[in-house]
Design a protein around this ligand. Structure first.
Ligand SMILES: [Zn+2]
Length: 80
């Protein structure tokens, strides 16, 4: 999978949910790692949550227990 770049929208796993998130800063030492991620919060008082040092977990569905607080590219409608 391609590394993220600033401005791309990815998914952030929060509990059992995929949330949309905007990449704000990449980790310079490890390009697959997101240094700062602005997560769009779908309900509640605040609209975004800033998460730091978020690692990639593209295969999270195979082991959902390890997915919390990781990012992955958004699933497509035709994904199995
Ligand atoms: Zn997702």
């Amino acid at each position: 999978m391609p590394n993220p770049t600033v401005g791309r929208i990815v998914h952030y796993r929060s509990g059992n949910a995929c949330l949309a998130a905007v990449v704000a800063k990449i980790d310079e030492q490890e390009p697959a790692r997101i240094a700062v991620l602005h997560v769009i919060v779908p309900s509640g008082a605040k609209t975004t949550s800033r998460e730091r040092d978020v690692r990639a977990n593209q295969d999270w569905a195979a082991d959902p227990g390890t997915a919390n607080r990781t990012w992955h590219w958004p699933e497509r409608e035709d994904d199995e």
